[in-house]
Design a protein around this ligand. Sequence first.
Ligand code: PLP
Length: 374
Amino acid sequence: MGMHSSDLPDFPWDLLAPHKARAESHPDGILDFSIGSPVDPTPELIAQALREAADSPGYPKTGGTPTLRAAIREHYRSVRGVRPPDRHAILPTIGSKEIVATLPSLLGLTTGDVVIHPSIAYPTYALGARLAGATPVPADRADALPRGTAGRARLLWLNSPSNPTGRVASVEELRGAVTWARERGIVVASDECYAALPWTEPWATAGVPSVLDPRVNGGDLTGILALYSLSKRSNAAGYRMAWICGDPLLIGPIHEIRRHMGMMMPGPVQWAMGTALGDETHVDAQRERYRARRATLAGAVEQAGYVIDDSQAGLYLWVRAQDGRGDWAIVADLAAKGILVAPGSFYGESTHVRVALTASDAAVAAAALRLAAE
Ligand SMILES: Cc1ncc(COP(=O)(O)O)c(C=O)c1O
């Protein structure tokens, strides 16, 4: 790996600390919408499965148990409506953040290689590129790439629904990206961890398109990887339940390296994850909780004179001010009301803030009152 800890970016959340302090000084306390960390209880079915599997003296399988792999394949069939990858082309990951950060290294990228990621994005895509010694390049379209970078690109990240914008990519858009990348031998990694939370049509009815959809990839997974996580859909970020899957020729070597590294999902978590994937009732219930919070927050934010862009799916509202004042100014204005949000600058732009839906019903109701008050 080509990176020293002194090369790490400032942990961006430290920059928010003064605004957090301001929000905390509100007489009725802080209402925190800055981090997308789930707040509702882990469903009992999942906790129960973890307890059932607590006796675990032997090492777990890096590639996951057959039961877990079968559950992942069934998830793609019945929930996403796509043909699942081969069972050998599925790898559990310890949450998805670690695989986002290590994927460029595990694919063998190095100095001189380029990793393309969405221009407004979860920062770990760029960090993972730097960890490998490669160069992250933010771009949303092939014609927006800086000159000379396309020829050095080895990996293209897609993220739909997006963190932070909530934008959803259509089948046509995904197909265009896959076709462009394939023609150049660039691997496509699609981070789909918010797929269970579509709000607007056509996504609410048809579902969020996956890179595994044959309409996207023509029935061929060559050069394609898909990531998914149960952190959000199952209130289980603490369990670290996620996976990567796709092209067997890419997953095979990644599996081998991870076996040597000891990057194994703990056995009891594998069992709990298989159980969680077998139940959609808790996902539906959680979606309805977020739907209600989203409606309250969206109404209050718009009443207070802000504009919501994108935000078609996922866990965030992507909000700007009508007068065009910058993200940090909005963060400061809301912090004065005791409401903490994340500035767009954390994600590569400077006119929006990100408002997470991961707060309790009480916090959401209180925020709506504070936004309505002068
Ligand atoms: C786009 C995206 N990918 C991956 C992750 C990582 O989630 P986890 O490591 O909990 O699976 C997040 C978390 O917020 C995210 O927003």
